[in-house]
Design a binder for this molecule. Structure first.
Ligand code: NCD
Length: 315
């Protein structure tokens, strides 16, 4: 049976969305309808992958991953998603192994890769670099992290995970913990949560992130924020973004989720983390029922499959 038949019921839905042929650069570009379409398509793919290993929806299409910064999950899950959809992948896994090391601009690299592939997924240490690539490319460009800027596809998979773990995106109270200034996953997720009027606690040793249109309370008291929240979104202190390492030393280890903390909390809470973790969640938390961060990793594949299907406008 071809996928044309299998996914017939999705045709209207995918067409309804505004992502066909689009660059994915910023969390603020998604409408509620985009998010809800993505959630439905991703959960359909999740069900399909229980029945078979791969589909043929994007057969013949090629995805290029251009990673100028380290990555495990984002690059591998995009590549997995494309291959599960029957497409092919070409990959540049480091700046050192590419002509960037010879001084080529991001724009020229994107222009070049447009001659080979049908979609580009790029990660780069500079804010605005994905936009630069998108301006130069003749194919859709997906921002997989631009410095301390944005990481919109992580926000989509976080949202999908929240929806699955908590059953709904309505009336959410979330504690965002860690490096809120430099954490691009937080920047993008806040944009999506603002579509649902979530209530947020920003728990950080240095609260400098500001956002309009969403109820935010800033605090240094993790225990108080967590006791009011259904979900804690924990992030790593982004060492690579610090120009002053003494400042990093000062804030690292400020907040640690461990078994003792959870015992004190006296209620069940869902814990997400975009990963990698350093020491902000101890391994004794991994067996806690609300520890959803490895389920979150898995959801990344379904969500990125949905996003690719939407970009190609294919059912
Ligand atoms: C994050 C990133 O790269 O921004 N990782 C990810 O994509 N899952 C978070 C981090 O590096 O701390």
């Amino acid at each position: 049976m071809s996928n044309h038949v299998e996914f017939n019921h999705l045709i209207g839905e995918v067409k309804m969305t505004s992502l066909k042929g689009k660059d994915i650069l910023h969390g603020s570009q998604f409408s509620k309808r985009d998010v809800e379409g993505m959630v439905r398509i991703a959960s359909d793919f999740e069900k399909e992958l229980k029945k078979k290993d791969s589909l043929t929806l994007l057969k013949g299409k090629i995805l290029a991953t251009l990673f100028f910064e380290p990555s495990t999950r984002t690059r591998l899950s995009f590549e997995t998603a494309m291959q599960r959809l029957g497409g092919g992948v070409i990959s540049m896994a480091s700046a050192e192994g590419s002509s960037a090391a010879k001084g080529e601009t991001v724009g020229d690299t994107a222009r070049t890769v447009s001659q080979y592939a049908d979609v580009i997924v790029i990660r780069h240490p500079r804010i605005g670099s994905a936009e630069e690539a998108a301006d130069a490319a003749s194919i859709p460009v997906v921002n997989a992290g631009d410095g301390a800027g944005q990481h919109p596809t992580q926000a989509l998979l976080d949202t999908y995970t929240i929806r699955k773990e908590l059953g709904s995106l309505k009336n959410l109270v979330v504690s965002m913990v860690g490096d809120l200034k430099n954490g691009r996953t937080v920047h993008a997720l806040v944009e999506l949560l603002s579509l649902y009027q979530a209530r947020l606690y920003f728990v950080s040793p240095r609260n400098r992130l500001k956002q309009k249109g969403i109820r935010i309370e800033e605090t240094e008291d993790l225990e108080r924020a967590a006791s009011e929240s259904a979900l804690i979104y924990v992030t790593r202190i982004q060492k690579e973004r610090f120009t002053d390492l003494t400042e990093y030393e000062r804030v690292k280890g400020s907040y640690v989720i461990n078994g003792e903390f959870l015992k004190k909390l006296k209620k069940k809470i869902t814990i997400l983390h975009p990963l990698p973790r350093v020491d902000e969640i101890s391994s004794d938390v991994d067996t806690y029922p609300g520890a959803a961060y490895f389920r979150q990793v898995r959801n990344g594949v379904f969500v990125r499959m949905a996003l690719l299907a939407m970009i190609f406008g294919k059912r």
